[in-house]
Design a protein around this ligand. Structure first.
Ligand code: AMP
Ligand code: ZN
Length: 114
């Protein structure tokens, strides 16, 4: 996927502040943070959105969440709390079509769900 921004970040072709990477996932700080901690956790494999998931991806998706849990602890926000958000499609506010989990915390965030 040559023209995918997040694939380029994984490949190191575009700079980012990576906070974690392994053979399945990469995590880096959002360029436009909405809270003191705002990290994006993405699969290393290009998956455009939740809509494109297959049953083969279930372990990978689980790993996105356990990575988010570990990074929340590393950031010191496990107990104060945080949000995990996945935007899907135009009405869901998805702008980048490479699946990503937002880890947002460090202050209470205004959100339509309260
Ligand atoms: P979404 O609206 O869920 O598709 O979120 C896309 C997110 O990617 C936004 O929060 C952007 O601030 C973030 N973003 C866009 N470009 C970059 C980049 N080069 N490095 C880090 N985060 C980025
Ligand atoms: Zn991609």
């Amino acid at each position: 996927m040559n023209d995918c921004l997040f694939c380029k970040i994984i490949a190191g072709e575009i700079p980012s502040e990576k906070v974690y990477e392994d053979d399945q996932v990469t995590a880096f700080r959002d360029i436009n943070p909405v809270a003191p901690t705002h990290i994006l956790i993405i699969p290393n494999k290009h998956i455009a959105s939740i809509n494109e998931l297959t049953s083969d991806d279930e372990t990978l998706v689980g790993h996105l969440f356990t990575t988010a849990r570990d990074l929340a602890k590393q950031e010191g926000i496990s107990e104060s709390g945080y949000r995990l958000i996945i935007n899907v499609g135009p009405d869901g506010g998805q702008v980048i079509y490479h699946l990503h989990l937002h880890l947002i915390g460090g202050q209470k965030m205004r959100h339509p769900m309260g």
